[in-house]
Design a protein around this ligand. Structure first.
Ligand code: FAD
Length: 304
């Protein structure tokens, strides 16, 4: 971590919540479901599909894990009632993965039941490597009972290309991302170019087979490379989509993708847990501090 990032991180950790809020709100829809649904509606009107995620992870109390489960179930109901183009992404440690197997299975089943009732999609985010296999196992145990579920493959993990090969049967739906956690070099690629290549190869693997690829990156060079391959290989539009995190500036690139008729999905996190969550994320990956600062600077310059 650079000294500048260490300094900024300790400064942010000690600031009151209200001071950090203006920075966080660029990337977080709000604290409430109502506010978040307004953001989703606005995004839908601009042509984007959406995924919402209640901020938080590593829940240490069964009661809290059950409460989050209930919140996710209610969320499907609200999305359906408001006829929004929006699905849900969950983190398994948010619904009890660290507590016990039985609890997480029960909570997952409840959320899945609601997804099914409303004919909506459920994605399981991928967390750090101690949970990779358990996440894949849970996905595999449930895919035969409901086809509208998906997982995430992280391009920085050395195992992911093999996972893509094994899992890529008809109906397989995966988000591909670079990976956000700080993983050891015996299991994870560290070189930017190698991670980009791995991302590209996994995407090719999925789209050369029968799966669906959600291409989740803000890396314009990588988007260009994948888009060229998709067009050269006549991959149908319903086999893939592009995904970005809400609030990350992408210039005109997303409009270009929308204008080509491609689906672009905004991943929109929300919830009262935004402060602790944002801090944990910053500590795990201080690179985000530089992103946030340079994105804010770009915005300020554009406004002038
Ligand atoms: C829709 C979506 C879902 C994701 N789900 C997961 C998941 O389940 N598991 C997981 O491990 N990771 C997940 N990630 C995070 C991902 O793994 C990367 O860490 C992150 O997207 C940065 O990589 P990049 O591909 O955008 O490329 P980079 O080269 O790292 O970033 C390109 C540019 O994007 C901007 N940028 C990128 N990330 C941020 C940010 N957080 N804040 C502000 N600006 C940013 C910066 O301007 C940067 O220069 C997800 C990402 C997206 C877009």
């Amino acid at each position: 971590m650079s000294w500048i990032n260490i300094g900024i991180l300790s400064l942010i950790s000690n600031l009151p919540k209200w001071m950090v809020h203006p920075f966080a709100k660029t990337y977080v829809a709000g604290e409430t479901v109502e506010r978040t649904m307004q953001v989703v509606k606005k995004m839908n009107e601009r042509g984007y599909a959406c995924t919402v995620d209640i901020l938080g992870e590593h829940i240490q109390s069964p009661a809290k894990a059950k409460k989050i489960t209930k919140d996710y179930c209610n969320l499907y109901e609200v999305i359906n009632k408001e006829t929004l183009n929006c699905n849900i992404s969950i983190k398994l440690t948010h619904i009890g993965l660290e507590l016990n197997e039985k609890l997480v299975k029960e909570n997952f089943q409840k959320i899945l039941h609601h997804a099914k009732s409303y004919n909506n999609f459920l994605r399981i985010d991928m967390e750090n490597s101690p949970y990779t296999q358990r996440t894949i196992d849970l996905y595999q145990r449930n895919i035969s009972s409901y086809e509208k579920i998906g997982i995430v493959l992280q391009a920085y993990l050395k195992r992911s290309l093999k996972d893509a090969e094994t899992l890529n049967t008809p109906g397989f739906n995966t988000r591909i991302c670079k990976g956000i956690y700080n993983e050891p070099s015996n299991i994870a690629l560290k070189d930017r170019k190698e991670i980009q290549d791995s991302f590209f190869l996994i995407t090719k693997q999925i789209l050369s087979g029968e799966g669906f690829a959600a291409i989740a990156t803000h890396d314009i060079a990588l988007i260009d490379r994948i888009e060229t391959w998709i067009e050269q290989n006549n991959i149908a539009n319903n086999r893939f989509e592009f995904q970005v995190l809400y609030g990350v500036p992408m210039g005109n690139r997303l409009n270009q993708l929308l204008n080509k008729g491609y689906t672009v999905r905004q991943y929109i996190p929300f919830g009262p847990d935004w402060f602790d969550y944002s801090l944990r994320r910053l500590k795990e990956n201080p690179k985000i501090i530089s992103y946030v600062l340079s994105n804010l600077a770009r915005r300020t310059i554009r406004r002038r």
